[in-house]
Design a protein around this ligand. Sequence first.
Ligand code: ZN
Length: 357
Amino acid sequence: MRVLLALLLSSAAFASETMRIAVGPDSSKVVLEGDALRVGADSDEASYEPFSAAKVTLSLAAGKLQVEGAPSPSPALRFRSGEDGAGIIQVNGVRVRGDVVVLFGKTQLAAVNVLPLEDYLVGVLGSEMPKSFPPEALKAQAVAARTYALNKKLEQYGQPYHLGSSVISQVYKGLDVEDPRTREAVESTRGQVMTFQLQPIEAYFHASCGGRTETGLDALGRDLPYLQAVDCPCGRLATSHWTLNLKPADLKPLGAAKGGAIKVQGRSSTGRARRVEVGTRSMDAVTFRERIGYMKLKSLNFEIEKSRDGWTLEGSGFGHGAGMCQWGARVYAEKGWDYRKILQHYYPGTELQTLYE
Ligand SMILES: [Zn+2]
């Protein structure tokens, strides 16, 4: 990976490097719409022929790509709008800039948006952080998202796509979430990434930690020197705290026997649940949160009390807790910290580097 980064750093073409983002989950059918659609092979150097319609349906038959019901000349097709590709394409209901490649993914069709990294980041920022956050918090988010994307790109080099577009990777909703404020945050930090030993770091981030971030090891099984628990001012915010009432029926997805209790069996150094006992079953707390639902059980930082008809969970924070805390970044930005200081706080021991200008 170090060699790859060196290659990228020495490449003059790096500034025009593109990201390949899977838009939506794989499916049996992909519909693309756009003005003056053109089609070609999946390569930056391909020539693009005009396509006969403003809408195209791609499907699968016996594992082979079909265009409007007829076999495709190649296993992957790349579409763009307009001769220079500057137009907009709607794919799976999302409007995007750049090209869209449709190819046979693992078992279904994947629609992959190929676009400049910096344009991708504007779409990520509008989906991952409220646009009303202070400029320095948005800039910190832009650098974290760029770093995360480049790290994934190096890891997935040569694969059909580098990242998905859901919360599992970084949320990306195309150009409809773009805003002058997010574009400004991306442009004013252009090419800047956080590195550790000259490599882009695994720049995880989350909505709110509740007062102290979690180590990468405890949150995600990533034992990295720059993902350590640090104090955070978001714990003072009312939005960081939540209550969840669970009834016996809510425990069904956990496969627990009726009449069981819920108990936290072990906690990490920051007080987050590590294992949870549900009835006679003991499970990893991450699995417990996944089964209850990530949106419902917002974090693993909670206490449990028996209530009249179930349990009351009092908790704080939203997300896995590793890396940069977005609400904490907001508080620091309001206090006058710039984005460099915010990033140094949440990713200690890393360096801010400009890979291209
Ligand atoms: Zn926080």
